[in-house]
Ligand binder design. Structure first.
Ligand code: NAP
Length: 311
């Protein structure tokens, strides 16, 4: 028996349980709320989607949990030293979905769609200077599962692409930077910055006044990672001052974005309701199934999130 632990509505949990059961017909899945006290004592694995940490701590035999989401920032934050491993979703489908969103919104900025929408509102006929894709410099922060595939997709579409990670990397067609010095070098040569970093102690507020100031005049930013990586006040001040031209934001400090947030009415901000790469429950369930079947056979827990580095 494997519990599904989530703060989602029971009806949403039942949908996940349906897909998980189809992918693993030999296992029994139950919402946490339906577990008997005996079952709580026994289970060694749980599937999680934004779980209440207290529910997980009520499962004393738990060895590992499998998140059905790629981002595990919230659970890592709420459980500072969990007595079990946390395995996140690594799904090539999700990376493709994210790279599609990255390409779509890069093209939106590259072909000045935001500017033409503003011009249309004023019935203004101005032809913006055409920039070739090869001359548009894209900087991707984070070259993990999502950043790497997104950077390659941009290369395949003719853009000039650089990327930044913690460790040195080699990715065909991508100029790779790492470490603090590498970040400054990348930012100084970036027209469109794409954030695909995890939220950790090291990345919280990373794109504040100092780092945003390193971007060339008129640069734009896309944040598809987590809201807290960007300092909202610093970004708004750069947009208001004209130093940055546009921001595409899919993630926010508070979601849904509060009604009175200045981003809503800012004509240089495009707001998306956290939709750049939603989990596909069918492919996610298949990946979870593969990992659980392997564990049942070998006792080996899949590679887990490192609680010290936070991702
Ligand atoms: P990942 O595979 O863990 O990759 C993280 C990348 O960030 C790695 O390249 C890592 O460097 C780099 N990094 C981490 N900390 C760093 C630091 N302090 N300095 C420089 N580089 C650093 O993560 P992922 O699967 O690509 O996902 C990234 C994030 O996307 C998730 O954490 C989540 O927040 C977000 N996400 C958003 C959506 C959405 O719909 N908006 C959907 C899914 C995920 P190394 O390679 O050197 O370790």
């Amino acid at each position: 028996m494997i519990p599904f632990v989530s703060r989602a509505k029971l009806s949403e949990q039942q949908v996940w349980i349906k897909y998980l059961s189809a992918a693993m017909p030999d296992e029994v899945f139950l919402p946490f709320a339906d577990l008997t006290p005996e079952q709580k004592q026994q289970c060694d694995i749980a599937i999680v989607a934004n779980p209440d940490p207290n529910d997980l701590l009520a499962l004393p035999s738990l060895k590992w949990v499998h998140s059905v989401w790629a981002g595990v920032e919230r659970i890592m934050n709420e459980l500072s030293s969990p007595p079990f491993s946390i395995v996140r979703l690594i799904d090539s489908n999700l990376a493709d979905t994210m790279s599609e969103a990255v390409l779509a919104w890069t093209l939106f900025l590259h072909r000045d769609m935001a500017t033409y929408a503003k011009q249309q509102a004023k019935q203004s006929w101005i032809q913006q200077p055409m920039v070739q894709a090869k001359d548009r410099r894209i900087g991707v922060l984070g070259l993990g599962e999502l950043g790497r595939v997104s950077a390659r997709r941009l290369v395949n579409n003719g853009f000039s692409v650089a990327g930044w990670s913690r460790h040195p990397k080699q990715i065909e067609g991508v100029e790779c930077f790492y470490g603090e010095e590498g970040l400054a070098l990348l930012l100084k040569q970036t027209d469109i910055l794409i954030c695909l970093l995890p939220l950790t102690a090291a990345t919280k507020g990373l794109m504040g006044q100092k780092n945003l100031s390193l971007l060339p005049l008129g640069a734009s930013l896309i944040n598809f990672a987590r809201g807290l990586i960007i300092d909202d006040d610093a970004l708004l001040s750069k947009l208001d001052g004209g130093e940055l031209s546009h921001a595409v934001l899919d993630v926010f400090v508070q979601e849904p974005l509060p009604e009175n947030h200045p981003y809503w009415r800012h004509d240089s901000v495009a707001i998306l309701p956290h939709i750049s790469a939603p989990t596909d429950p069918i492919s996610a369930s298949e990946i979870v199934a593969t990992n659980i079947k392997k564990y049942r056979l070998t006792g080996k827990i899949p590679p887990a999130v490192d609680p010290i580095r936070g991702y």
